[in-house]
Design a protein around this ligand. Structure first.
Ligand SMILES: Cc1cc2nc3c(=O)[nH]c(=O)nc-3n(C[C@H](O)[C@H](O)[C@H](O)COP(=O)(O)OP(=O)(O)OC[C@H]3O[C@@H](n4cnc5c(N)ncnc54)[C@H](O)[C@@H]3O)c2cc1C
Length: 200
């Protein structure tokens, strides 16, 4: 997740930088495209992100019979009580994180169950699963930072709290839109026969 999701985000952030600069962002002389190109390779080397996603599904989810991943969900869910005690400033983050964790846990459990039945169905959803799982972990880390920010207070605390709120309300809800993709199965990906594949 640290490798694949962060590099995917690097590509999105540098692409967004081009967009913000408008036409000038596309022009080499502005220097912006070089940032995009430098970020783009990171999703390919050190294990392509597609392979990292299949590693997550094929090797990591099954660690210690699945208990390693389920323990992580329990750890993440345990922050709810701290967020509740943190007051109204944290209410938005708390609710977005609880919803996201429930959704992602359901998809992870679907993959664990169906991966045993037919690995092709689990692997077909590996990339969206990696994305939604990473978003959930990042949301949890943002919530931890929000807790620290509230206790620090001041301008620095307020800035970090807004960053965490932005992430949890604007980015984290993406997980809900990824569930159908995770569980769609391999059917549409495997529609071509061996003969058709050979002729492509
Ligand atoms: C600038 C640069 C620097 C590099 N530096 C190094 C270096 O220092 N040391 C080094 O060892 N290597 C280096 N590499 C090589 C790099 O590790 C490979 O490019 C990378 O591992 C991907 O392999 P590939 O290019 O053969 O792509 P492929 O393996 O052909 O992959 C192409 C696409 O197919 C997907 N894919 C592959 N197999 C499967 C599968 N079974 N199921 C589904 N999808 C699949 C991949 O995810 C990818 O999207 C470098 C590459 C570049 C471009």
């Amino acid at each position: 997740m640290a490798k694949a999701w962060c590099t995917d985000m690097g590509v999105e952030v540098t692409s967004l930088a081009i967009q913000i600069w408008g036409g000038m962002g596309f022009i080499e002389e502005s220097g912006v495209p070089q940032h995009y190109r430098d970020a783009r390779i990171t999703t390919i080397y050190e294990g392509t992100n597609g392979i990292q996603a299949m590693d997550l599904v094929g090797r990591k989810l099954g660690l210690r019979g699945g208990t390693a991943v389920l323990e992580l969900f329990d750890t993440m869910a345990a922050i709810d009580a701290e967020l509740a005690a943190g007051g109204s400033e944290l209410a938005e983050i708390r609710s977005a994180l609880a919803d996201a964790l429930a959704t992602v846990r359901t998809s992870v459990e679907w993959t664990m169950t169906n991966g045993l039945a037919d690995p092709r169905d689990a692997l077909a959803g590996a990339t969206p699963l990696l994305r939604m799982f990473s978003l959930a972990v990042a949301g949890w880390l943002m919530a931890r930072q929000a807790l620290a920010a509230v206790s620090i207070g001041g301008d620095e605390g307020a800035a970090k709290l807004s960053t965490a709120s932005f992430f949890c309300t604007q980015w984290l809800p993406q997980v809900h839109g990824l569930t159908a993709q995770v569980s769609a199965g391999a059917g549409a990906l495997m529609d071509l026969s061996a003969e058709q594949l050979a002729s492509h």
